[in-house]
Design a protein around this ligand. Structure first.
Ligand code: ZN
Length: 136
């Protein structure tokens, strides 16, 4: 495995319109992008803290994983994303070690990253995302 840094923290919120002003006005961060990822039924807002990002996630559909997360646990940290080098190789290595993967192959995430999720049952309860920047 080759994790290089925490790429972002994914935080489930009920409303981007309500959460963004807190991050901007109270925490003093700048929202530099808002993006809808139709495939995952979410709208995302991004902030940077050093090389790590905060990704706020708002459900666009009651069937979205974010809506289900908030129903069950309320707003809060929904996933941790690590930047990796060689996403497919890392996934193959995890699978070979018996780690339960949600995505055995990378898919497209926000910001043009290739991403894959590891099941929280294999990661002590933390939904874990691995990200690779294909333009690097
Ligand atoms: Zn994410």
């Amino acid at each position: 495995m080759k994790l290089t840094h925490i790429e972002h923290l994914g935080i489930a919120v009920k409303s981007l319109d309500e959460a963004i002003p807190f991050y901007e006005n109270t925490l003093g961060l700048k929202c530099y992008a808002i993006e809808e990822v139709a495939e995952q039924k979410v709208r995302t807002a991004f902030f940077k803290v050093g090389q790590t990002k905060i990704e706020l996630l708002e459900a666009t559909d009651p069937e979205s994983a974010i809506a289900k997360f908030i129903d069950k646990k309320g707003e809060g940290i929904q996933h941790v994303a690590f930047a990796v080098e060689g996403l497919q190789e890392n996934l193959d290595e995890l699978a070979a070690k018996g780690v339960r993967l949600i995505d055995a192959q990378p898919r497209k995430g926000a910001e043009g990253l290739n991403i894959a999720f590891v099941h929280p049952k294999s990661t002590f309860g933390v939904l874990t995302e691995l990200c690779e920047n294909p333009n690097k």
